[in-house]
Design a protein around this ligand. Structure first.
Ligand SMILES: O=C(O)/C=C/C(=O)CC(=O)C(=O)O
Ligand SMILES: [Mg+2]
Length: 224
């Protein structure tokens, strides 16, 4: 019997087990609301692919946090890998976008920061990266100027524009690829604008990118 491998489809990149590279403090208004200095270089951290959660499944509040925050972000999906990518060529490496949440256990992050420890348990737990459907590149003509918003139980909490990013998407792709080889299917989370706040079990989160797409997630408590 011959077995054929199903062709991999970038529109399901979250199934590929690739890297999720996150940029922090990339909006001055968010850096200020958390009393952080404006960065002079991108702040990077990682999430594992097990962080992905798709619409229809809940965001689970880890049992060890009592302050889980939402952060709405534009995700950039890499279509062509590379190392030391020039800024001028960076957009050729983009296959498309996704609307993403960088769920953050803020109390754990604060504790890690005060002890000089990594943010892994604050940022990389299961379901810490809710994502929308894949958005083909052609559907967002200027990713450097789109609005992102997030509501909790119908109340608007975040409403920002990617034009306010400190480091642009081409700059981030070039910067990251100097240190970490980018591969097809990797996702870059480009940072969150101001308005982050706590979510609770049973909350309903809705988020959107301009007139391109919306997504919804329910919050549940982890029960093991
Ligand atoms: O330094 C802090 O207190 C918090 C930083 C973040 O959580 C950074 C982000 O993930 C972001 O800005 O999107
Ligand atoms: Mg973030």
């Amino acid at each position: 019997m011959t077995q054929t491998m199903a062709a991999r489809n970038i529109s399901q990149f979250w199934e590929w087990g690739r890297k999720i590279i996150c940029v922090g403090r990339n909006y001055a208004d968010h850096a200020k609301e958390l009393k952080n200095a404006i960065p002079t270089e991108p702040v990077l951290f990682l999430k594992p692919p097990s962080a992905y959660v798709r619409e229809g499944s809940p965001i689970l509040v880890p049992r060890y946090t009592s302050n889980l925050h939402h952060e709405v972000e534009l995700g950039v999906v890499i279509g062509k890998g590379g190392t030391s990518i020039a800024q001028s060529a960076a957009m050729e490496h983009v296959a498309g976008y996704a609307l993403c949440l960088d769920m953050t256990a803020r109390d754990i992050q604060d504790e890690c920061k005060s002890k000089g420890l990594p943010w892994t348990l604050a940022k990389a737990f299961n379901t810490s990266c809710p994502i929308s459907d894949f958005i083909p590149k052609e559907r967002i003509s200027d990713p450097g100027n789109v609005t992102l918003w997030l509501k909790v139980n119908d109340q608007l909490r975040q409403n920002g524009c990617t034009a306010d990013m400190i480091f642009s998407i081409p700059y981030l792709i070039s910067y990251i690829s100097d240190f970490i080889t980018l591969e097809e299917g990797d996702l870059i989370l480009t940072g969150t604008p101001k308005g982050v706040s706590a979510v609770q079990e049973h909350d309903e989160l809705q988020a959107g990118i301009q007139d391109v797409l919306t997504m919804s997630f329910r919050v549940d408590r982890e029960n093991h």
